[in-house]
Design a protein around this ligand. Sequence first.
Ligand code: 5GP
Ligand code: MG
Length: 192
Amino acid sequence: MQHYPLEAYGELAAGVPQVLFSAQTIEERVRELGAAIARDYAGRNPLLVGVLKGVFIFMADLYRAVTIPAEVDFIAISSYSPETRERGMVRLVKDLEISLTGRHVLFIEDMIDTGLTLHYLLGILQARRPASLEVCVLFDKTRRRLIDIPIKYRGFELPDRFVVGYGLDHREQYRNLPCVGLLKPEVFQGKE
Ligand code: 5GP
Ligand code: MG
């Protein structure tokens, strides 16, 4: 796919002086993940479930790279408060539209950090009795993990730094950058 050059993003590109993963690097890895999923789930009509909003760009590319019959659905969540957020507790603000019962469900996440959010959400999905439930994450901050979660498909490992782009935001900005990089400290100032 032809991506806009980074210079086209002017002010946004200036906020991300250090690119960790180029658009092309991401695209190649997403295709590999898609090919592995297509192979493993052939004949099982998997349901790809993502959490909005961060995952929407990854999901769009991954879903097209999964070259077998497959379905897609989304949930949206919000944290109750900073304290409950620390324990990974979240509120569903938009539920799935497709039933999980008896389905082969692949949970798709843009980023796994402590793992608390993912752990909590997997509990909710598991209670709906899918035939199988596996996890695919694009970026993994392995060193920050507080809860062990089996991850079947992993895109890249990330250092413990705050990144933006390819769907990942800082205060709702930078999601449209096609690459992923470190946010300039002046913009970031420790606030996510
Ligand atoms: P955790 O695994 O700690 O429960 O939370 C993971 C969530 O934190 C991700 O889905 C993402 O929304 C957010 N997050 C963690 N690290 C980063 C990062 O480096 N950049 C951005 N934009 N979001 C992050
Ligand atoms: Mg976020």
